[in-house]
Design a protein. Structure first.
Length: 767
């Protein structure tokens, strides 16, 4: 199992009354030193020619009945006995003799400890007992049987280990695996493995069933022992697999071992591969040789096997280990007796990864609690607010891969789509709520979706598991109004030093309205992190709620009064932090245009903790040296500029920004910020906003009927200063931007003339 931990410094913000931000000290931070991560080498090791030969020899001897029916070791060892075992050295790629002492005897295993690891003090009695109890007695909640240990659970699900020496026990060796890891540089290390060469009584192996578990750094550092226990569950499936198969493909074999961790109650992987289309539109059975893509392959294989558990139960999934067939056929052999096909399961699997809602259908989600927060990112999203068509587009779809094509805010959508060996499913989210799921005939394109939809999703998979095909699609739809979108960002997409906020401090960044009077807010992109996403934070199930705010700007450039605020839950599936690339949460503010009202020339977008839970927001800053645009607070009733903030360890946040991004939707005509259900009964002129103002203000007026309108500004002597409107205007609400650049400070009168009547508001220009 490959798990990466990102070494970062967490900085703690004191409550609102505090004067400074305090970083966690290095001694308190578990991430202060280089962090190790687990490398899995079993698949690579057991594909070496000499190991393959040992496995084939074992199965030949087994088929001929030549395996020992009684223990080859006539006198069972006793606790305290010392013995040498051959251990594979990954640095030299050879085996070497190491001395071990027998410390524990159980019904199904011996637990041996390398003498050097005992002498070093890495293996304590407390750790030995924790390991013994997990292997023999009990596993965490979520296990298929928490009242059984890993060894019995794995054997119950997958089958019997080879028992090559006839003693009915597995030798569990705790050993400092020679893998090149050292505490100075950290990096990858081997937490455990099994070696097919051990099934050969001659040559480089031990002629025994052996499970190797690491002592350094697994037991020599402050790593949680659960990580080593999870590895034990994983590797023991591989050992059992030796007894039934010599050449299973990596996807199937590693998927079963990943699932072995899950069924023993240990934490699943982050499944970060679902966050990027280029990482899930890959051949379903791909197995990479590099350390980057293979992590995705482990995640995908483990998730697919866990999904199979939902559909056919753990007994049937475990039987795949005992099936001598390989790859696709091993899955078909488990599915066909239950009236299912691999292509059907494949489409349902991709649906569950996107929708993950068993309330819609039991096949479209995950039953295990810690998998219910998963969700795949769309391949591409087309926004019906800014266009009315998708031009011809061609993409490559790999065997067993998937495309999630999403159209949002569309009316009477029509999609034409073609390609070879496809299965297509639509998810329709009509305006007003609900969801409809339909399987589409690929030969019946174009597909029509009448009515208004918040979202239409096409899930497209290639049912052939090999090769690739080109998928070509286009779409048209209707829209009541379209906008030009402008996404404003100041960050470079990379996080600098994260820090934790407490006490409800608000985090804001300033934006300028590109076209006042014609602009609405679309999407807000927040660099939203919670402490639960870090290795030493609360559990993944902790609430991830926050309050988003839209504020005006005060004359001094600090955040002003609230225009809008609303509490949301983080819409993204839970993911642990694994890189400095910022993962943004996308919040759509268009539905709240009426509540937000007119957008000022300058506004602040911000967010803060919501509720009373302890899962604090973690702020990630980004580099930005042009000007200070971000504020935090309030601290003692005022806002603190990010550039003027220094952490108590002396770290300055000068030259940084809170990397919020904002989408403006700009219309071709003035847009009413507060749509009204019916026309006004009387003409009305609202007070200017803001007022007083320096250079620009917004004027809004209401007309019950179409007709001639004049809107002018006069000074106090009655002289016209500006004519803003002079001509016929349609019924409804209208917004006009007033530019007072060059005007003298003082009072002015804004006059609306409709049908011979005047409506007056005072405004004040200040310099």
């Amino acid at each position: 199992m490959l798990r990466y931990y990102w070494a970062l410094l967490l900085v703690l913000a004191l409550p609102a009354a505090a004067q400074s931000l305090r970083p966690i000290s290095a001694s308190d931070s578990p991430t202060a030193l280089p962090q190790p991560y687990i490398l899995h080498v079993t698949d690579w090791l057991n594909r070496q020619p000499e190991v393959r030969q040992a496995l084939e020899d074992f199965h030949r001897r087994k088929a001929l009945g030549l395996l020992s029916a009684s223990p080859t070791i006539q006198a069972p060892p006793q606790v305290g006995d010392r013995q040498s075992f051959k251990v594979y050295n990954f640095e030299t790629q050879t085996t070497e003799l190491r001395e071990f002492e027998l410390r524990i005897i159980e019904d199904r295993f011996y637990l041996w400890v390398e003498v050097a690891s005992l002498d070093s003090g890495w293996v304590t009695n407390e750790k030995l007992e924790a390991l013994r109890a997990a292997l023999a007695d009990a596993t965490p909640a979520g296990s298929i049987n928490p009242n059984q240990g890993i060894i019995v659970n794995d054997e119950t699900v997958f089958g019997d280990p080879p028992n090559v020496d006839g003693d009915g026990k597995t030798d569990v060796l705790l050993v400092d695996i020679r893998d090149g890891w050292n505490p100075e540089s950290g990096g990858g290390f081997v937490a455990g493995f099994v070696y097919g060469g051990d099934l050969n009584p001659q040559g480089n192996g031990n002629g025994r069933d052996v499970l190797y578990l690491d002592t350094n750094p697994s037991l020599s550092t402050n790593r949680p022992i659960e990580s080593l226990l999870s590895t034990a569950a994983h590797e023991y499936q591989h050992l059992i697999h030796f007894n039934y198969d010599t050449d299973e493909i990596s996807f199937v074999n590693e998927g079963l071992s990943e699932w072995a961790e899950v069924i023993n109650g240990y934490d699943r992987r982050a499944m970060s591969y679902l966050s990027d289309a280029s990482r899930y539109n890959v051949p379903i059975f791909r197995w990479s040789q590099d350390n980057v893509n293979v992590l995705d392959d482990y995640e995908r294989a483990g998730l697919f096997t866990t999904y199979l558990e939902n559909r056919i139960g753990w007994q049937a999934v475990g039987a795949i280990t005992r099936d001598p067939s390989h790859g696709y056929l091993s899955y078909e052999n488990a599915l066909v007796p239950r009236g299912l096909s691999f292509s059907q399961i494949l489409l349902d699997f991709h649906t569950a990864n996107f929708l993950n809602d068993r309330a819609v259908h039991a096949a479209y989600g995950y039953s295990r609690a810690d998998f219910q927060t998963l969700g795949a990112a769309p391949t591409v999203v087309y926004n019906g607010r800014i266009a009315t068509q998708t031009p011809d587009t061609t993409v490559l779809l790999w065997g067993g891969g998937v495309l999630y094509l999403v159209w949002k805010h569309v009316k009477d959508l029509q999609v034409a789509l073609s390609g070879a060996s496809l299965a297509i499913r639509s998810l329709q989210y009509p305006e007003g709520g609900g969801i409809a799921v339909n399987d589409l005939d690929p030969g019946a394109s174009p597909f029509n979706f009448p009515g208004t939809h918040d979202q239409v999703v096409l899930i497209v998979t290639r049912t052939a598991t090999s090769g690739s095909s080109q998928v070509t699609y286009s779409a048209t739809w209707r829209s009541d109004q379209t906008f030009t979108n402008q996404i404003v960002q100041f960050d470079n997409g990379q996080a600098m030093q994260p820090f934790i906020l407490s006490g409800g401090l608000e985090l804001l960044t300033r934006f300028e309205n590109p076209q006042p009077g014609y602009t609405l807010l679309g999407r807000v992109f927040l660099p939203l992190y919670f402490y639960s996403q870090f290795s030493n934070g609360p559990p993944p199930t902790a609430p991830r709620d926050f309050t988003l705010t839209v504020r005006t700007a005060n004359p001094d450039g600090t955040p002003g009064p609230v225009l809008f605020e609303k509490t949301f839950d983080d819409p993204r599936p839970y993911q642990q932090i694994s890189s400095l690339t910022i993962q943004f949460a996308e919040i759509d503010l268009f539905p709240y245009a009426a509540q937000i009202g007119d957008l000022p020339d300058t506004l602040f977008i911000g967010y803060r903790d919501a509720g009373t839970d302890t899962n604090a927001i973690v702020l990630a800053t980004s580099s930005y040296a042009v000007e200070n645009r971000s504020f935090i607070g309030p601290i003692q009733g005022s806002w603190r500029a990010l550039w003027e903030t220094t952490l108590t360890d002396g770290t300055s946040l000068n030259g940084r920004i809170i990397p919020i991004r904002l989408e403006f939707l700009v219309g071709s005509e003035p847009v009413p910020a507060e749509p009204i259900a019916e026309l006004p009964r009387e003409p009305a002129l609202e007070p200017p906003y803001p007022n007083p103002f320096r250079t620009t203000a917004r004027l809004r007026y209401h007309l019950p009927a179409t007709g001639p309108v004049r809107l002018r500004v006069y000074d106090l002597l009655g002289r016209p200063v500006a004519t803003l409107v002079d001509g016929p205007q349609p019924a409804g609400t209208h917004t006009v931007r007033l530019d007072a650049s060059g005007w003298a400070s003082g009072l002015y009168l804004c006059v609306l003339e409709v049908n011979g009547r005047r409506y007056i508001q005072r405004l004040q220009v200040v310099r």
